[in-house]
Design a protein around this ligand. Structure first.
Ligand code: ZN
Length: 73
């Protein structure tokens, strides 16, 4: 079973750096879980037309929403 991802809001007077660190603490476990899910799907799906796959793509430097998901069937 995956670890539960808990969001803790930054303190009301947090600096921009503290807010960014808080966001990273939320996003990183989500991205790790997505990668686990991608690998699990690949393990359990047959390699043929109709299989469900999840692709995770990094678009480039400076993007705050990578990885981008692409579901394929
Ligand atoms: Zn991106």
């Amino acid at each position: 079973m995956a670890a539960k991802i808990i969001f803790q809001a930054p303190p009301p007077r947090a600096s921009a750096h503290e807010i960014a660190l808080s966001a990273a603490n939320v996003i990183n476990p989500i991205n790790q879980r997505l990668e686990e899910l991608r690998l699990r799907l690949r393990e359990t799906q047959p390699v043929k037309v109709g299989s469900v796959t999840l692709g995770l793509y990094a678009c480039g430097r400076g993007c705050l929403t990578c990885p981008h998901l692409k579901w394929s069937i």
